[in-house]
Design a protein around this ligand. Structure first.
Ligand SMILES: Cc1cc2nc3c(=O)[nH]c(=O)nc-3n(C[C@H](O)[C@H](O)[C@H](O)COP(=O)(O)O)c2cc1C
Length: 349
């Protein structure tokens, strides 16, 4: 761990988790956090949706909900950054505390409930930034919305001009009923409305699903996505399940679990998804990534891109360089010249 981050970590780990996150955002905005502009290994470069990315390691949604630090996080060495979830109207989210570290398990439980500044604030910030790097925009629905599908249409239409890809997040466990939008009919209706609404200026459109999806759920989700010729799937969000191996006192908190205890489950669901999509569109593997080996496992299970959030809570930005170095070494060890060559390696007969 870098010396500067050891100091920051000492301070952050004593604070309430959400307060620490607030300070991290402030520090990133003021440029106090050392950047990492060293070039990436050539083998890490990857082409997706016609764009060339320096590496496949992305920042997952939820860290930069309000589009305040996308460029700062790209300068930390991420190959892509996803902002959001953005809801049409600003909202408070659930009462605090609502974010908990499970340090012994290297996990996190959150029940944030989409707190955020809303669409207009996100739009203003995205419009003001240079169109550099690869930035995805993740859209959610307001808690009190009477037509949730309409919220996704509103969000996607408003932010498509500033997005390198759009995400319909229908898998947050902290907005009651939201996950029902993953059902076959609901999902097809929602995605069709969004596709039609952005047809004039198409942007790659992906759906983010829950790692709690059953095999039947996956059949439905993948059928809809293939049928509508969607551009990708993110597998996935936080889980409502609680592995028996958890030891932290906080394991009983209500909310979605992320971090290391999610790695096995989310990679298994990714693999099942990849078997169903048969390469029709790229997959983004997310859940529990904390090392190059984890990222490599997601890629071998079918992910073209990988995202993480919770491991950053414990290791901070130096983690990004470590993951990239380890991943490049693993690719070389196994004789892969590029990430693309390794995508889905475990699925091949
Ligand atoms: C505090 C917190 C807030 C999150 N907020 C969002 C969100 O707004 N939208 C979303 O799609 N995912 C959100 N997520 C889920 C992450 O993007 C990611 O899917 C999940 O945490 C699994 O990855 P990880 O184990 O690397 O953290 C959030 C996760 C955490 C820990």
């Amino acid at each position: 761990m870098a010396a500067w981050y050891r100091l920051a970590d000492t301070l952050f780990s004593r604070m309430d988790a959400e307060a620490a996150h607030g300070w991290a955002i402030r520090a990133l905005k003021t440029g106090l956090v050392p950047e990492d502009r060293r070039p990436d290994a050539r083998s890490l470069g990857i082409t997706v949706w016609g764009r060339r990315l320096p590496n496949p390691i992305g920042l997952a949604a939820g860290f930069d909900k309000n589009a305040e630090v996308a460029d700062a996080m790209l300068r930390q060495g991420f190959g892509l950054v996803e902002i959001g979830s953005v809801t049409p109207r600003p909202q408070e989210g659930n009462p605090r505390p609502r974010l908990f570290r499970l340090s012994e398990d290297r996990g996190v439980i959150n029940r944030m409930g989409f707190p955020g500044h809303g669409l207009e604030a996100a739009r203003a910030r995205l419009a003001a930034r240079p169109r550099r790097g690869f930035v995805g925009v993740n859209i959610g629905a307001n808690k009190d919305s009477t037509d949730r599908a309409a919220d996704y249409v509103t969000g996607c239409v408003a932010l498509a001009p500033y997005a390198d890809y759009l995400v319909c997040n229908v898998s947050s466990p902290n907005t009651p009923g939201l996950r029902n939008l993953q059902g076959r009919t609901e999902l097809a209706g929602l995605l069709k409305r969004v596709q039609d609404a952005i047809a004039a200026k198409p942007v790659p459109l992906v759906v983010k699903i829950a790692p709690d999806a059953t095999d039947d759920d996956l059949d439905d989700i993948v059928f809809v996505c293939r049928d509508l010729r969607l551009d990708g799937l993110i597998v996935g969000n936080t889980t409502l399940s609680r592995p028996a191996t958890l030891t932290s006192d906080r394991r009983g908190e209500t909310g979605g679990l992320s971090g290391m205890p999610l790695m096995t489950l989310s990679t298994e669901v990714l693999r099942k998804t990849a078997r169903r999509t048969e390469g029709q569109f790229p997959l983004i593997g997310c859940g529990g990534v904390a090392s190059g080996a984890d990222a490599y496992a997601k890629i071998r299970a079918g992910a073209t891109l990988v995202q993480l959030y919770s491991a950053m809570v414990y290791e901070g930005p130096p983690l990004i360089r470590r993951i990239k170095t380890e991943l490049a070494a693993l690719l070389a060890r196994d004789g892969f010249n590029s990430v693309a060559d390794a995508v889905g390696a475990d699925l091949r007969p």
